[in-house]
Design a protein around this ligand. Structure first.
Ligand SMILES: Cc1cc2nc3c(=O)[nH]c(=O)nc-3n(C[C@H](O)[C@H](O)[C@H](O)COP(=O)(O)O)c2cc1C
Length: 357
């Protein structure tokens, strides 16, 4: 099992969905770095898209506790360990899915890999709950990034088949994303996105979505080719978020159907400095930042736990059977994944930054 990520800014994640807590230990903070619990708490609060029929009814207050590595509000240089408790736990529906694995979830593969010893309650380590640790670590990473003028943004750009059809400014992402439960910066389609989730939920089903990430203010020259290119590290981080099934940088898969003359970003001189007339490269060339914003999209699958009847196998009786998933589940993961994308992006970028140019 690998629960650690990063080289110089390194995080170690621990806990389970229905265990005592979820937490993270962060290494690599310069002594003296200001660590404010209230800022971490604000990021954690953004992970909860509110209540209502588009989110799970599990309600965790997620009050962060800093156990070590911070003294008088500043990093000491020792590992910083932080946790949130699991308080609203109901494991009653998970005995059935242990025996009858949920299609699309971790039940079957984790049972095989860990020989049945894994904590399957609430999805165990494969729960979206683990993203609380990503958000906490990201909050610390953001302190480092803010200090050098780098900002990470994320927002929903598609749910089900409904897409944001226009360019979104950075300012719209800052002001609008966390002001609505679907975490979308294009205010005019928030209600349509919400109905898309409600319609699926009403059918006992779920929908997927796309989240866009942006890294602003990162200078040219960061990235560790060949194997720790910016794309490699960010994709590694994004694929650690449960439910993520695709990551695309800049024009990405769409670029494959373009001509070079269309896809290349011409270099221009702006105020005597090298710049790019557009950003199909998504801010990365040769695995190295080119000075433009890093822009990427993350594809998130429809929530696997749905109440619609699905086929599965009873692993104890070894017979074909069906399953109607009970318990508390988000009918769409994408809104809640936004802060995880933001957090793990900050972690990966802080690590790249500390690795230097
Ligand atoms: C924030 C977040 C919340 C999630 N909530 C649920 C959920 O309520 N029900 C569910 O079945 N899956 C949920 N997932 C997704 C599963 O954890 C994930 O699909 C499962 O572990 C299988 O992994 P994979 O989809 O990456 O293959 C969530 C994921 C995230 C990131």
């Amino acid at each position: 099992m690998t629960f650690s990520f990063g080289e110089k800014f390194r995080i170690h994640v621990f806990g389970e969905s229905h265990g005592e807590l979820v937490g993270v230990t962060v290494e690599g903070c310069t002594p003296g770095l200001e660590i404010e619990a209230s800022l971490i708490q604000a990021d954690l609060d953004k992970r909860r898209p509110g209540t209502g029929n588009i989110v799970s009814s599990r309600c965790e207050t997620d009050i962060v506790r800093i156990h070590s590595g911070v003294f008088h509000g500043r990093a000491t240089g020792a590992p910083i360990t932080m946790t949130v408790p699991n308080l609203d736990v109901d494991s009653s529906s998970y005995e059935e899915t242990k025996r009858k694995p949920r299609p699309g979830h971790a039940d079957y593969t984790s049972r095989i890999k860990y020989a049945g010893f894994n904590d399957y309650r609430g999805g165990g380590i494969f729960s979206g709950r683990m993203t609380a640790a990503f958000v906490i670590a990201g909050s610390i990473a953001k302190v480092i990034l803010r200090g050098v003028g780098i900002e990470v943004l994320a927002h929903v750009i598609q749910i089900g088949t409904v897409k944001v059809a226009r360019d979104i400014t950075d300012e719209e992402i800052r002001s609008n994303t966390y002001a609505n439960p679907v975490r979308c910066a294009a205010s005019e389609i928030v209600e349509t996105l919400q109905s898309e989730i409600e319609r699926a939920s009403h059918d006992g089903d779920s929908v997927g979505g796309l989240v866009e990430g942006r890294v602003l203010g990162i200078p040219a020259g960061y990235g560790e080719p060949l194997f720790d290119s910016v794309e490699s590290l960010l994709a590694h981080a994004m694929f650690s978020i449960p439910g993520v099934k695709g990551v695309e940088f800049g024009s990405g898969f769409r670029g494959a159907s373009k001509r070079g003359s269309e896809n290349n970003d011409p270099l221009i001189l702006r105020d005597g400095k090298v710049a790019w007339s557009k950003n199909d490269a998504g801010g990365i060339l040769a695995g190295i930042t080119n000075g433009a914003p890093i822009v990427f999209q993350v594809a998130i699958k429809p929530t696997p736990s749905i109440s619609k009847e699905q086929e599965t196998v009873d692993l104890e009786r070894l017979e074909q059977t069906s399953l109607t998933v009970k318990g508390r589940h988000d009918p769409c993961i994408a809104p809640r994944a936004v802060s995880a994308v933001e957090g793990l992006t900050a972690v990966a970028i802080a690590d790249l930054l500390l690795r230097g140019r």
